[in-house]
Design a protein around this ligand. Structure first.
Ligand code: GDP
Ligand code: PGA
Ligand code: MN
Ligand code: MN
Length: 618
């Protein structure tokens, strides 16, 4: 089927995979599972096999419990709607902790508590917390099972919703467990509980969770404890907790990068291929760019990943990226046949879980921005909804969870554990002003400065106020598992040790700039291919740019605007670098850097001084 050193751990290896697993020969793992069961007192312990039959049993159970509604199989086969508790809809950054031994190692951007203090609190919460429920043991691997160093984890959870979602998002089950046993491998223990025990006779609710929530990483121990939430980013522990927070610490120690980045393959009309990684904060366009359908003739995009990239230098000196995930956990609102036709084709194949979208009367899902607005639907809150309701039918952070192999433009290289050599890295955020459509950095350190000072308006992907501009370095603010200043230094060090001619070129983009009426200046989505094209042509030495105080910005002629319904004034406004706006940005950057006190890499201070000088502020 696929070339390359491919991974044969498919989503289902046939009926023999459904044989019950009673336990493990891996002594350490068995001891941990026994210890957790003794603490949390579930009715039953089930080792997850990852089989198709198991999926059917669990989704049937979720339907019976009222958590899932089965969608019309004609429309979305083997797919389900779920509505969460209205208080459990997003990542909870204020409840997320990096419990390093030393407080300094968590840095000024993370919540911290001493590991022993946190464990004491959480052991209290975990005591008896699975009473009346089943405890599932989910062996998983982030990245490929046949990678040189497979990155194992085992999630213990009392949520069937988590088990089925994990099967979509990661390679799970008995083939992974057998490999852990064969290698007597290390794994990241990841403990999750909804915090909703059931006493005898107590009726369950469709979305059990607890008002008290903790999302905790112990970086030195490479361990995760999560409590109280069933929401994806808080509960599917392979994703944010492992593949970003814990992996970023591993990456610091071992000389690689764990980043909040999509990976795409771009092919030019001349059949040249380029691999691009891009970091945008949550709900700022990664999934859409990863699945882009280019509007400019001759260019094609294929997808490798939409949220996480693990990158390390290859023997040839180039930076190689792999996507450690096995599915997409995408923002539903705004997704439609125009903005993201490839996501629509992916979810229409079925085998998906939709959370906090609206349910239509004919057994399909709907959300704001999707075509064919229904005359009536059931909102994510379970209420009657009509187009005149004056309320959102779907939560702004409602999600689809869907298998990656269903993506019609999945690149073959996805199956290669070696990953792909990255030519360009894009940083981007959601800014209504100041930040132009695209800026090219001068070099790696300047690009690191762009990433370190990246700013974006907050979104519904995390609880809290939406639309507030904050610094979100490399789009990793909620995901850096250690001191952000050390993380900046790590970026700089990797660049210093590398062959500069082989380093990816770094760009900074903003699809979200607005005009005076508050409308987006740039049409975005498939049109973003025009920005990719300019970036490639810059690297090939073919495209013109103007040098501005913040970096190189396209001349209006260098950006391919053929067929675009934009006036020259609008194009200029999208590309404009207004020194007055940037002067207002400087105090915010200074305030941000001041948080790191003496730990900020001097190179970043030098970059800031250079920017100030070019703006005439020094
Ligand atoms: P992710 O969370 O970073 O993966 O972001 P998504 O790709 O899911 O997009 C989040 C939201 O931003 C969705 O509502 C999209 O429709 C919207 N969006 C994505 N790309 C663009 C774009 O290029 N322009 C505009 N205006 N909106 C976009
Ligand atoms: P996103 O993923 O980046 O696609 O929004 C979820 C998250 O970051 O919470
Ligand atoms: Mn994300
Ligand atoms: Mn996404």
């Amino acid at each position: 089927q696929h070339g390359h050193g491919q991974d044969h751990s498919g989503r289902d290896a046939g009926p023999e995979r459904d044989k019950p697993v009673g336990g493990t020969t891996h002594a350490g793992l068995q001891a941990w599972v026994d210890e957790v069961a003794a603490l949390t007192t579930p009715d039953e312990v089930v080792w997850v096999t990852g089989s198709q039959q198991e999926w059917t049993r669990l989704t049937d159970k979720l339907v019976a419990a009222g958590t899932f509604t089965r969608l019309d199989p004609e429309k979305k086969p083997n797919s389900f709607h779920a509505a969460s508790d209205p208080t459990d809809v997003a990542r909870v950054e204020d409840r997320t902790y990096i419990c390093s031994v030393d407080e300094r190692d968590a840095g000024p951007t993370n919540n911290w508590m001493a590991p022993e203090e946190m464990k004491e609190i959480m052991r209290g919460l975990y005591a008896g917390c699975m009473t009346g429920r089943t405890m599932y043991v989910v062996p998983f691997v982030m990245g490929h099972l046949n990678a040189e160093h497979p990155m194992f984890g085992v999630e213990i959870t009392d949520s069937e919703y988590v088990v089925v979602s994990m099967r979509v998002m990661a390679r799970t089950g008995v083939s992974v467990l057998r490999r852990i046993e064969e290698l007597d491998a290390d794994y990241v223990p990841a403990l999750h509980s909804l915090g909703a025990p059931l006493q005898p006779g107590q009726a369950d609710v469709p979305w059990p969770c607890n008002e008290t929530k903790y999302i905790v990483q112990f970086p030195e121990q490479r361990m995760i404890w999560s409590y109280g939430s069933g929401y994806g980013g808080n509960a599917l522990l392979g994703k944010k907790c492992y593949a970003l927070r814990i992996a970023s610490v591993m990456a610091r120690d071992e000389g690689w990068l764990a980043e909040h980045m999509l990976i795409l393959k771009l092919t030019s009309p001349e059949q040249q291929t380029y691999y691009v990684a891009a970091a945008f904060p949550s709900a700022c366009g990664k999934t859409n760019l990863a699945m882009l359908a280019p509007t400019i003739p001759g260019w094609t995009v294929e997808t490798l990943g939409d949220d996480i990239a693990w990158m390390r230098f290859g023997e040839d000196g180039r930076l190689y990226a792999v996507n450690p995930e096995f599915g997409f956990f995408g923002v539903a609102p705004g997704t439609n046949e125009h903005t993201n036709p490839n996501a629509m084709r992916t979810i229409n194949l079925g085998n998906s879980v939709f959370t906090n979208v609206a349910l239509t009367d004919d057994g399909d899902v709907w959300w704001e921005g999707l075509e064919n607005t229904p005359a009536h639907a059931t909102s994510w809150k379970g209420e009657d909804w009509t187009p005149d309701s004056g309320e959102l039918s779907a939560h702004a952070n409602s999600r689809y969870c869907t298998p990656i192999e269903q993506c019609p433009i999945l690149a073959d290289e996805y199956h290669d554990p070696q990953g792909v050599p990255i030519s360009a890295i894009f940083f981007g955020g959601r800014r209504r002003d100041t930040v132009p459509l695209v800026t090219e950095s001068r070099d790696w350190v300047h690009g690191t400065f762009m990433g370190a000072t990246l700013s974006s308006e907050t979104t519904a992907a995390a609880t809290g106020q939406v639309g507030v501009v904050r610094r979100d370095p490399m789009a990793m603010l909620p995901f850096i598992g250690y001191d952000a200043a050390d993380y900046f230094q790590h970026w700089i060090d990797l660049g210093k040790d590398a062959d500069a001619t082989k380093l990816p070129r770094i760009f900074y983009v903003n699809w979200f700039r607005r005009d005076d009426d508050g409308d987006f200046l740039w049409p975005g989505f498939g049109e973003n291919a025009r920005v990719l094209k300019w970036a490639i042509e810059r690297m090939e030495g073919k495209a013109a740019a103007v040098e501005t105080p913040i970096g190189h910005v396209p001349t209006p002629e260098a950006l391919d605007t053929t067929g675009l319904e934009m006036t020259p004034e609008q194009v200029e406004a999208a590309l404009a670098v207004d020194p007055e706006e940037w002067k207002q940005e400087i105090p915010q950057i200074e305030e941000w850097f001041a948080r790191f006190e003496g730990n900020l890499p001097t190179q970043l201070q030098v970059e800031l001084d250079g920017l100030k000088a070019r703006l005439g502020l020094l």
